[in-house]
Write a protein that binds this ligand. Structure first.
Ligand code: PXL
Length: 276
């Protein structure tokens, strides 16, 4: 049977993030993907100024209520960037309405990076997002989001293996089954991810690294997360899905740098979709 997912993120018209990443990646993996936009922006808020922003909070409940009448089963619920901390309550109600015990709840917190909340994100977001992470089966915070979720100070770009172990265990304690922390780095040469599952016998995360490219690559958290979920829906085990996602994200960055594309427009993930 074809898998069905529901992706709940903002729609940024230009800049390759959120829905414009999740939808093509899941579709390329053969997944029937429905979307609910949380906000409408002209671009992402990373390296642009003058962008427009429409909070779609008033649409979320009516859309969810209508979709609930269709009786669809979603194999995955995939949330990302939300317009406000207050939207978390609406997302939790949406899960109650549209998901069942077989739905994999996959949450990308998507509210901060490089030690700071994104420009439009309010200060209630970390505490609210913690509630959504508690409900999830899998969460994929970057290092900044992990620190915010745990109310720890941002450790800086390079950190220790021991600290990441603590973060992973702390995040599992919130209630999720699997955690993948991205943007994990111990040295300038390499960057990668840490993953830990509650069901495994391991108490320490596994680390996967790739060589680091110089620069800030917007939307790569969304690209990576979408590739991971694509893998899970193709029945790959978590580690295999994460490893493939890391490789494909790395390759998307490589294409972008090779063609000298401005980094604020995101990475060329389109180049690797056929590998899914
Ligand atoms: O990629 C995360 C993201 C998603 N959506 C919007 C953003 C960002 C990161 O800056 O601004 C609108």
């Amino acid at each position: 049977m074809q898998k069905r997912a529901l992706a709940v993120h903002d729609l940024s018209c230009v800049g390759r993030c959120s829905l414009t990443v999740a939808l093509p990646i899941l579709s390329a993996a053969g997944v029937n993907t429905a979307v609910i936009p949380t906000a409408l922006l002209s671009t992402h808020t990373g390296e642009f100024t003058g962008y427009t922003h429409l909070d779609l909070s008033d649409q979320l409940s009516p859309i969810a209520a209508h979709l609930a009448t269709l009786g669809l089963h979603f194999d995955a619920f995939y949330s990302g960037y939300l317009a406000s901390g207050a939207q978390v309550g609406q997302i939790l109600s949406m899960i109650d309405l549209l998901c069942d015990s077989e739905t994999h709840l996959f949450v990308d917190p998507a509210f901060a990076d490089h030690g700071r909340r994104y420009s439009l994100i309010d200060e209630t977001m970390p505490a609210q997002m913690r509630r959504l992470c508690a409900r999830a089966n899998t969460i994929v915070p970057n290092l900044t989001e992990a620190a915010f979720l745990l109310e720890c100070p941002y450790p800086g770009e390079y950190c220790s293996r021991a600290l990441i172990g603590e973060y992973c265990r702390g995040l599992l304690d919130l209630g999720t089954e699997n955690v993948i922390i991205t943007d994990v780095s111990f040295s300038p040469e390499e960057t990668g991810i840490a993953l830990l599952s509650r069901s495994g016998r391991e108490n320490e995360p596994e680390f996967l690294f790739r060589s680091r490219f110089d620069g800030v690559f917007h939307g790569t958290g969304d690209v990576f997360a979408s590739f991971v979920l694509a893998g899970l829906l193709q029945e790959l085990p978590l580690k295999a899905a994460a490893e493939r996602a890391l490789d494909l994200t790395h390759e998307s960055i490589e294409w972008t740098l090779r063609e000298k594309q401005p980094l604020r427009y995101g990475v060329q993930f389109e180049r690797v979709l056929k590998k899914l």
